[in-house]
Design a binder for this molecule. Structure first.
Ligand code: GLN
Ligand code: ZN
Length: 754
């Protein structure tokens, strides 16, 4: 039961940890390289935590999450907490080294698998569990971080991943049902709650984002009894169950009257769906996630306040919060002095979001007068954003309105196949690669020199052309059938296009953690998208001028550009996707006019954006597939469209793959031993397919026999005239020597089978 003296008004669900200038990333990498020792790393990490805690407390959060700091990943931290690291790392004596071994592997230990954290761009490490995993509590990290925060005078709220989410996101290595392990896990959580209370915690946040996914009635009943049980622990902190990334739906009533004291609801992505049910919770602090933790826009205060106001009308106390952890947005706009001032005034990164939360909480609890001036500034910025001409490009909108459904269709695949065969005259089992070649030290040096102004654009372009010439010569020498230019000029497959399209802005320091020490800097898609000039044609035509073999034009698809950017939130994603599609379509038309016979439009993120709830998926797949088709249907039948998807478990999207109607689709298949081909057949897919014949994620060079065997397996399910031969993915992370040898073997295997 909530103690009225123990409520709070303003918080966030979690804090970023990589450091405002990626200090933690650098220190961890220095530790890995042996340049600093564990004490130095821990010292730096402790300093970052202390500075951050003091800053967010001073900014007005009266309950501060602690323990969302991590040296690598929060799921891995939870596996350590619960004694659930895989046996293969148990032999490593040092705690930190064992931890990093589980995260990244060693020469002879495979790391844990990594996968997407819900529908975000963050990747977590997947704990491996079985019926015989012996859980044991190792509470050192949460206790130490709690004590550290309390010593600083911070109203600290330890954050722990909840038991249901932990089990649901783990991988069962023996096929056993992991939720069956809940009774074994709960006693550990019970003990942990007692320890945290004894150490001085007045609240604990248990993260259960899995509650926003489709759960069965049985699972919901387990959730309910788990929280009833945790709530009945005698001496414990108040319990805040945190959900994020969607609406709670049926999980909300399941939590009612379990005895928990607080519930965090993501109103930004859940909208009004949960309000009515949440209002009926009595004696519970409702933590209203109204400031978007997953996007960078400044909050409209009037809109945001409608939610907590509606919740408060139910009589329960309400706190204002971010919709999810601030892990997913950059630290602060203060690090962006170069950003165009008008755009900048529309944005809020981490620090600015905390100020917004404080502002909204003050309005909610003390009224508008106390903060009238700040409110006015926020309102003006929101209005200004709406009125900016760059948000409505009539030329783009008119063109899209004039396109009818016929514009999204090509001739039947068989007809296209005929014209393409005449034009391309490829051998059976054509060989190709996915696009990128090794990003050599030379390429990185040239890019750095250009950034520092040491070389000019002309010199840079000349160096990139030299790289292209080398990659073309290499492919000719190896004997590949369809060549690529190697993508040396691209720093990143989304940023490269964002930099050339109108409607996008780039940040200087807007880094967010993607996984471990890897950070990305997503571009900001703020306005209508237009393509002022061709983006890739010069590079591709140059590459084509060097060879008689066809060179693929290489583009990133609309869904992937969307998925890896911060996207405007003032119109449906589908509308933004259509604008991106039109820009890519224009590029395909220009490539075709310049003589390109094959164009590949990569969509590695197609599955990533898939909504978490099944009920929301058909609508997404419909607009995503339509956007891809719009992007690729502007060319003649004789121009061959390829696409590349980065995974082999298609699951719910298998029908959509066929819907893309690409003439050739390359996919990951080596690790799943070509099983995916059968799934594609079963879904009625009858277009060209290039199942990856070897795994590029490892430096190992595959032998000719091994590739022949993979192809033989593929040929049992796919007729030879539909089968392409290629690696799993792009080669940019590999070394030139191993790539050369692997591709020689790939070509030899294809020849042997022809
Ligand atoms: N064409 C890109 C490359 O080869 C595709 C990258 C990807 O699949 N993520 O690098
Ligand atoms: Zn890929």
């Amino acid at each position: 039961m909530l103690n009225p003296d123990n409520t709070f008004t303003a918080t966030v669900l979690g804090l970023p940890r990589i450091g405002p200038n990626r200090e933690l990333k650098r220190a961890i990498e220095a530790y890995w390289a042996g340049r600093i020792d564990a004490a130095a790393l821990q010292g730096l990490a402790g300093g970052l935590r202390a500075t951050q805690l003091l800053a967010v407390h001073a900014a007005g959060l009266d309950s501060v999450p602690v323990g969302t700091f991590s040296y690598y990943d929060q799921m891995l931290d939870t596996a350590v907490l619960l004694g659930a690291l895989p046996e293969r790392v148990h032999g490593i004596a040092d705690d930190l080294d064992r931890y990093f071994a589980a995260a990244r592997g060693t020469a002879d230990i495979a790391p844990l698998e990594m996968t997407k954290w819900f529908d975000t761009n963050y990747h977590y490490l997947v704990p491996e569990l079985s019926a015989s995993t012996r859980f044991a509590l190792h509470p050192d990290k949460p206790l130490a971080e709690l004590e550290e925060a309390l010593a600083l005078g911070i109203p600290a709220r330890p954050v722990i991943i909840g038991p249901v989410t932990f089990l649901k996101l783990a991988k069962s290595v023996d096929g056993s049902e992991l939720l069956d392990r809940l009774p074994d896990l709960l006693p550990l959580y019970e003990r942990l709650l007692g320890l945290l209370a004894a150490a001085g915690a007045r609240w604990v946040q248990l993260d259960e984002p899995v509650l926003v996914t489709d759960l069965t009635d049985t699972e919901l009943a387990l959730v309910r009894s788990a929280y009833q049980r945790l709530a009945s622990v005698a001496a414990r902190p108040d319990l805040l169950v945190a959900s994020y990334f969607g609406r709670l739906g049926a999980a909300l009533p399941a939590l009612a009257d379990t005895g928990i004291e607080g519930l965090a609801v993501d109103l930004v992505s859940g909208g009004d769906a949960d309000i009515a049910a949440a209002r009926r919770l009595s004696g519970t602090l409702l933590v209203a996630g109204v400031v978007d933790g997953y996007n960078v826009w400044r909050t409209d205060p009037d809109r945001a306040l409608t939610w907590p106001a509606a919740l408060a009308a139910g009589g329960a106390p309400v706190a204002v919060s971010s919709s999810c952890s601030l892990l997913h947005v950059p630290y602060s706009l203060a690090a962006e002095p170069e950003l165009e001032p008008r755009l900048r005034s529309w944005l809020a990164f981490g620090t600015e979001k905390i100020a917004e939360i404080r502002l909204l909480a003050t309005v909610l609890h003390e009224g508008q007068d106390a903060v009238a001036e700040q409110l006015e500034i926020a309102r003006t910025a929101v209005l200004d954003r709406r009125s900016d001409a760059r948000l409505r490009d009539t030329a783009v909108r008119d063109r899209l309105a004039a396109l009818d459904a016929a514009a999204e269709r090509r001739a039947p695949a068989a007809e296209r196949r005929r014209s393409q065969r005449e034009r391309l005259d490829l051998p059976p089992l054509p060989t190709t690669t996915i696009g990128s070649y090794p990003q050599t030290g030379r390429i990185r040096l040239a890019r750095a020199a250009l950034r520092r102004g040491e070389i000019d654009r002309t010199e840079y372009d000349a160096r990139m052309r030299a790289e292209i010439a080398e990659v073309i010569a290499l492919q000719e020498e190896i004997g590949l059938d369809v060549l690529v230019h190697g993508e040396p000029e691209r720093n990143d497959m989304v940023q490269y296009f964002a930099e050339q399209l109108e409607g996008f802005a780039a940040t200087a320091n807007g880094w967010v953690q993607s996984y471990g020490t890897r950070c990305v800097r997503p571009p900001i898609l703020f306005g209508d998208v237009a393509r002022p000039a061709a983006m890739t044609v010069d590079w591709i035509t140059y590459a084509q001028s060097l060879t008689g073999k066809p060179v693929k034009g290489m583009l990133t698809g609309p869904v992937t550009i969307l998925a890896w950017s911060y996207v405007r939130d003032d119109q449906p994603l589908a509308a933004t996707a259509r604008q991106l599609a039109l820009a890519i379509r224009d590029e395909t038309v220009d490539l075709e006019a310049a003589g390109t016979a094959i164009i590949q439009v990569d969509e590695p993120a197609l599955r990533e954006l898939l909504p978490l709830r099944r009920a929301d998926q058909p609508e997404y797949l419909d607009w995503a597939v339509t956007a891809f088709r719009l992007a690729t249907s502007g060319v003649a039948d004789g121009t061959q469209i390829h696409t590349h998807l980065c995974y082999s478990e298609f699951g719910e999207i298998i029908g959509a793959i066929a819907g893309l109607d690409a003439d050739v689709t390359s996919i990951e298949a080596a690790r799943s031993h070509m099983e995916v081909l059968g799934d594609l057949n079963a879904a009625g897919f009858d277009l060209g397919v290039g199942p990856g014949v070897y795994d590029i994620h490892s430096p190992r060079v595959p032998g000719v026999r091994e590739i022949e065997e993979a192809l033989t397996r593929a040929l049992k399910v796919v007729p030879a005239e539909r089968l392409w031969v290629n690696p799993d993915c792009g080669l940019k992370t590999r070394g030139t020597a191993e790539v050369t040898e692997s591709l020689r073997n790939l070509v030899a295997a294809a020849h042997a089978l022809r």
